[in-house]
Ligand binder design. Structure first.
Ligand code: NAP
Length: 335
């Protein structure tokens, strides 16, 4: 049996194992999509300051609640402190702005989006970029100070659970050591090509629920990165078209997307696939009524490419690897 909820260790809050991702979903599209997703039964929405769609998502949630379709407690909303606000003095400012846009009194989960920080253009809330194209790194990023501010916001009731995204094991361990309120969730890139075994074990040992972003291999990132950042399209995975995944899908009368999501949820990982298509929203929910066999699970596990499977290294932010808290090792090492 695969679980529909994960229990967060400190608050015992229930986090639906399936959520809706919203990166690259523009405001004019996402408003109806979120309303429809809630109508279809989605109860967990993932957004971020950087996705520029919190206001539209807030409109959809407000309408759904006003229409009497459910109560605030029925839904689990995650958002994230942006890279330009990754400092203690900015936590409350961004959180309050985000709550205003989301039209909520609290968020269920607030994550530090990335482990590094940029200096912020105060007018546009975007990173300052040098004439060379390099990003203005904030070399003073202090995770503990930021975390302490987030803890204060939790005590005030503005956040129910705290978590991290795109942090490495050493960075998480340091926060755990100093924290009163431990990280409840780690959101990282995770899919069949990049299974993050070591990090998952560490999270399990520390009662941290892992959320997989890009669980389908983020096919939409391909156009985004190639057009905007001149990435090579050849380095992008085609997990949805993988013949072995397809064979398993055919065996169960399911789609490859459903197999990829089921494979993760069966291992107690929460998933947040993004879709703006009603059919694919339905498809991505329908992952709980079948079981992969141990042999099929093993075949899926063998697709892991370790570190080589990573898509999101954030090098599209020119110079980011020079930040003292850049989280990834830039090598060919396997997990
Ligand atoms: N913390 C972070 O740094 C971080 C980074 C990246 C992502 N995220 C979060 O994780 C979410 C998921 O990641 P992602 O959006 O990068 O990738 P993803 O969920 O793996 O893939 C989304 C893409 O797959 C398509 N798709 C969705 N369902 C499908 C299906 N059943 N069959 C075929 N194609 C399908 C979508 O297109 P359509 O919309 O046209 O269906 C979209 O292009 C994001 O939306 C965001 O909320 C977080």
């Amino acid at each position: 049996m695969i679980m529909k909820y994960a229990i967060l260790s400190q608050t015992k809050d229930l986090m639906p194992t399936l959520g809706l991702g919203t990166w690259q979903a523009p405001p004019d599209v996402i408003e109806n999509v979120v309303y429809n997703a809630l109508e279809l039964g989605y109860r967990h929405i993932d957004t971020a300051f950087n996705y520029n769609n919190e206001q539209a998502i807030g409109n959809a949630i407000k309408k759904w609640l006003n229409d009497g379709k459910g109560t605030r407690k029925d839904i689990f909303i995650t958002t994230k402190l942006p890279h330009v606000g990754n400092r203690a003095s900015d936590v409350k400012k961004f959180l309050e702005l985000q709550l205003k846009m989301l039209q909520l009194d609290y968020v269920d989960l607030y994550l530090i989006h990335v482990s590094f920080g940029f200096h912020c253009d105060p007018e546009k809330f975007t990173p300052l970029v040098k004439p060379t194209g390099e990003y203005e790194l904030d070399m003073e990023t202090d995770h503990i100070a930021t975390w302490k501010k987030m803890e204060e916001c939790q005590k005030e009731g503005l956040i129910h659970n705290l978590g991290l995204s795109n942090f490495n094991e050493i960075q998480i361990a340091k926060i755990i050591k100093e924290a009163t309120i431990k990280p409840q969730v780690l959101q990282v890139e995770l899919h069949a090509y990049f299974q993050q075994l070591k990090l998952r074990k560490f999270c399990e040992e520390n009662d941290i629920i892992v959320t997989a972003y890009a669980p389908l291999g983020s096919p939409g990132a391909k156009d985004h990165f190639v057009n905007k950042y001149n990435y090579s399209p050849d380095t992008f995975p085609d997990l949805l078209g993988h013949p072995e995944v397809k064979a398993i899908a055919d065996h169960h009368g399911k789609t490859t997307a459903q197999i990829l999501l089921h494979f993760l949820v069966k291992q107690k990982i929460t998933v947040i696939p993004k879709s703006t298509s009603e059919n694919r929203l339905k498809e991505n929910m329908d992952i709980y009524d079948f079981e992969l066999t141990p042999e099929e699970m093993n075949s899926m596990k063998k697709l892991d490419k370790g570190e080589k499977g990573r898509i999101f290294n954030f090098l599209f932010w020119k110079g980011v690897e020079n930040h003292p808290e850049y989280p990834f090792k830039l090598s060919d090492d396997k997990d």
